[in-house]
Ligand binder design. Structure first.
Ligand SMILES: *[C@@H]1O[C@H](CO)[C@@H](O)[C@H](O)[C@H]1NC(C)=O
Ligand SMILES: *[C@@H]1O[C@H](CO)[C@@H](O)[C@H](O)[C@H]1NC(C)=O
Ligand SMILES: *[C@@H]1O[C@H](CO)[C@@H](O)[C@H](O)[C@H]1NC(C)=O
Ligand SMILES: *[C@@H]1O[C@H](CO)[C@@H](O)[C@H](O)[C@H]1NC(C)=O
Ligand SMILES: *[C@@H]1O[C@H](CO)[C@@H](O)[C@H](O)[C@H]1NC(C)=O
Ligand SMILES: *[C@@H]1O[C@H](CO)[C@@H](O)[C@H](O)[C@H]1NC(C)=O
Length: 750
């Protein structure tokens, strides 16, 4: 019934509108939401009066209703959001003709239709979780006390026990945020802000799950007894369990609008958040002046807000990384050392270990007929299985084809199949997921899948079964492994800035979920779920940022980021270099500086610091026009009056160097600030990229006091004219008896 009403109601409104404005031919659907940047008149900048009249000034840009040559009226333009803190501009519903009229107005800078913004979760079917894996991340820190973390997401389910406020102090006095009136009863000292951004009739309530999950990951409070199905009993907690949460719902049904995302960023700056956790991005990479999230993040950074974003799920392809501005922390995803093991045992006694969360005890592990039903379309949908007898059989399916893993299992089950073996494609390689399948199943790697196909082809009576082995923690010392889906560098918008910056847990992550994914509703509300994606790794790093902010209130966002990056781990639990989804050593475009190590990040020794104004020579150096730089920094910049630096020269904690074919030598200087022991001597150690000579000058940095800044120079040149590979990777590390401050190096040689 609800659905039927929902479908008819808007239709009715449409008809009424048309009746009232009977002479209008052009309909409302010609209007599109544009993000418009405008420039403050010089004499008015920042005056109180002007700020109060901001909205009417914005409205003055909207053209009066136009009448076209054929006598029809254009639909009236409409202001949707007025932006105050992220940049001078607004979102408005406009027709292309109205935009054209606006372009002639004084103060107009740019107008672009709002883009598609997507959540960075790869798998959002029903996953089912065990206990929180993030315990220990905050050991030795302040649990994030006093820090406010804002999330732009799908809302939050406030009654989840992860958002209880036991032991929480009241929000800091600077907090200006609030909860929607009809939601206020749900707010407490943990959840201190909850707003929605869809047309005014939305709610911060999470009907998707993503936002509840990321909120629980970043700052869920301690929850005892967070076990499901009697497995993995224990206490769950977010990364910064004593930080406050402010939820800004910008994706009410899982689809996010750019204008709302910007409105939420705008409000979060006003409200006084300390950390912004953004597990979404606009599709496609672009120059920073064309990337409104980057522009909004610049304003946030200027106010001391740490902005942490997901790198995207478009891996393993090169140059797929998003959210790449240097004032943003860009987070890739990797595995943790927990497997929910399910083993495929074939008729030839060969075994292949895979994963599944759903492990029914009733399933009898006897050999059954194994079938690979449709090789031309191996994705297991109802259509691809319809004319094939899979009754009582074990069915081999391939990931992808736009079909979620759990739906494949459902199709197999509906067609009478007994169980499913899900194999990866060549790109996903060894990245598997523990899904809450509806039938006995296991998800195996590409290599294992090929061996299973080989076996099927080798016999007239292939058979198999699945043996469930439950949760194995500590069994996988390959971890952390970069997830296949984690987006990779290089950074197309600014090749001299290495992206992603860092990786963190983002595969099979357990956190709070709005409802029970078990069949029986969990009356205690202790609902948890597994998700995978850079959406999941981003809040882990946002949580670490909150811990560092709490421990070092005076550190700038750049200092916090430097601390995380220069102390990250580059080896796995086995002590080998971190691997990617193929189980070969991952390159720096996959791992960035490495895997977050929170306790080391708390005491980095040295930091590469940056002030907001340091980005201006960098932006001018990107050959952006004055107009474009002004849009990003939100005030007038004349690059002819600024110094310009190459992007590799920005005081960043990593190096991305373009040497190119012409063998030019590049020299960069860096400034390091002593935040460790007062009197500490550091020595430079270089792991040389292949075919590159690296010279550091001086090779020693002797600090005599805290907060002292010393400068060094590093020169890169080719050692051969024809290099072995397009890219070469290495490290520059400053070491003292106590500290090790490492920067990754990528050199483009082609
Ligand atoms: C977890 O708790 C449940 C219910 O309290 C209990 O039945 C089960 O044995 C426990 N499992 C473990 C591994 O401790
Ligand atoms: C395989 O799948 C394709 C695409 O859905 C379908 O057209 C075809 O009939 C299937 N083949 C068999 C043997 O069922
Ligand atoms: C996955 O890992 C195995 C080692 O367990 C390796 O042999 C294989 O080549 C890897 N890659 C793929 C694509 O599965
Ligand atoms: C920018 O600065 C240059 C050099 O001072 C000057 O010639 C130019 O007119 C300025 N441009 C603008 C738009 O003010
Ligand atoms: C730094 O200290 C070391 C002794 O620890 C000394 O040998 C070196 O000359 C000093 N370097 C500078 C530049 O002062
Ligand atoms: C590099 O170039 C030289 C001469 O052009 C050639 O002899 C040598 O084999 C090349 N080396 C590689 C690694 O291609």
């Amino acid at each position: 019934m609800d659905n039927i009403h929902g479908a008819i109601f808007p239709f009715f409104i449409f008809i009424l509108l048309n009746l009232q404005m009977s002479h209008i031919v052009a309909s409302d659907d010609q209007l599109q939401t544009y993000i418009v940047h405008v420039q403050m008149p010089h004499n008015q900048i920042s005056t109180q009066e002007f700020s109060e009249n901001l909205e009417s000034w914005y409205e003055s840009f909207l053209p009066a209703t136009l009448t076209t040559s054929s006598g029809d009226q254009e639909p009236s333009p409409r202001l949707v959001y007025s932006y105050r803190h992220i940049f001078s501009g607004f979102a408005a519903k406009l027709t292309p003709i109205q935009v054209e009229a606006m372009e002639k107005m004084e103060g107009f800078l740019s107008a672009k239709p709002q883009r598609v913004i997507t959540l960075h979760t790869t798998h959002s079917p029903r996953f089912l979780g065990l206990s929180g894996q993030s315990r220990g991340l905050w050991r030795g820190s302040n649990y994030g006390k006093g820090v406010i973390i804002g999330l732009l997401d799908t809302g939050i389910r406030p009654e989840h026990p992860s958002f209880n406020d036991e032991g929480m102090p009241p929000p800091p006095a600077k907090w200006k945020g609030s909860c929607e009136i009809d939601f206020a009863a749900h707010c407490n000292r943990k959840l201190i802000g909850a707003r929605s951004f869809e047309g005014g009739n939305g709610t911060p309530m999470d009907f998707v799950g993503h936002g509840t999950h990321t909120s629980g990951t970043v700052a869920g409070n301690f929850v005892k007894g967070a076990g499901v199905f009697g497995q993995a009993n224990g206490t769950a907690a977010g990364v910064a369990p004593l930080s406050h949460i402010a939820m800004y719902n910008v994706c009410p049904s899982g689809a996010c609008s750019e204008s709302s995302t910007l409105a939420a960023m705008d409000m979060s700056i006003h409200d006084g958040v300390d950390v912004l956790s953004i597990s979404l991005a606009s599709t496609g990479s672009s120059a920073y002046y064309d990337d409104n999230i980057a522009i909004g993040a610049f304003s946030a950074m200027e106010k001391g807000i740490f902005v942490s974003c997901s790198a995207g799920n478009s891996g393993p392809f090169l140059a797929s990384v998003s959210n790449v501005a240097p004032w943003i922390l860009t987070v890739g995803a990797s595995t943790i050392n927990r497997k929910i093991k399910a083993t495929a045992l074939l008729g030839n006694r060969k075994q292949f270990n895979g994963e599944s969360f759903f492990q029914p005890k009733s399933f009898k592990s006897t050999q059954r007929i194994l079938i690979f039903p449709n090789r031309t379309s191996p994705y297991c949908t109802a259509a691809t299985l319809k004319s094939i007898n899979i009754k009582e059989k074990i069915v081999l399916c391939v990931v992808g084809g736009g079909v979620p893993a759990v739906s494949k299992g459902l199709a197999v089950q509906n067609a009478g199949g007994a169980a499913m073996i899900l194999m990866n494609d060549v790109y996903l390689a060894n990245t598997t997921s523990a899904s809450a399948h509806v039938l006995p199943a296991t998800h195996v790697s590409y290599a294992d899948g090929l061996n299973i196909i080989k076996y099927i082809d080798s016999t007239t009576t292939p058979t198999a079964t699945i043996i469930f082995k439950g949760t194995i923690i500590g069994g996988d010392n390959h971890a952390p492994v970069v997830a296949a889906f984690s987006s990779r560098g290089p950074n197309a918008a600014s090749p001299g800035i290495l992206k992603p910056d860092i990786i963190g847990p983002g595969v099979n992550i357990l956190a709070a979920w709005p409802y029970s994914v078990e069949n029986n509703f969990n009356s205690a509300g202790l609902n948890f779920n597994f998700l995978s994606g850079t959406s999941m790794s981003c809040p882990h790093l946002s949580g670490v940022a909150a811990l560092l902010k709490s421990a070092h209130p005076s550190w700038s966002p750049a200092a916090i980021k430097s601390a995380m990056m220069t102390t990250a781990d580059i080896v796995n639990l086995k002590g080998n270099r971190i691997e990617d989804e193929t189980f070969h050593p991952a390159d720096i475009f996959a791992v960035g500086s490495g895997h977050i190590n929170p306790s080391r990040a708390n005491n980095p020794g040295l930091v590469y610091d940056l002030q907001p104004t340091d980005y201006i020579p960098y932006l001018c150096g990107l050959s952006y026009s004055n107009h474009e730089v002004s849009i990003i920094v939100n005030h007038n910049v004349n690059c002819s009056r600024e110094s310009r630096i190459s992007d590799s020269q920005l005081n960043y904690p990593s190096f991305s160097v373009i040497l190119g074919k012409n063998a030019r030598t590049q020299t960069y200087s860096r400034k390091v600030t002593n935040v460790g022991g007062a009197q500490t001597n550091y020595i430079a150690h270089v792991i040389k990229p292949r075919d590159v000579v690296v010279k550091v000058e001086p090779t020693m940095l002797n600090f005599t006091k805290l907060n002292q800044v010393l400068t060094y120079k590093v020169t890169f040149s080719r050692s051969v004219t024809n290099a072995t590979a397009d890219f070469a990777h290495g490290y520059l590390t400053w070491t003292s008896t106590k500290y090790s401050v490492r920067s990754p190096i990528v050199v483009l040689l082609s």
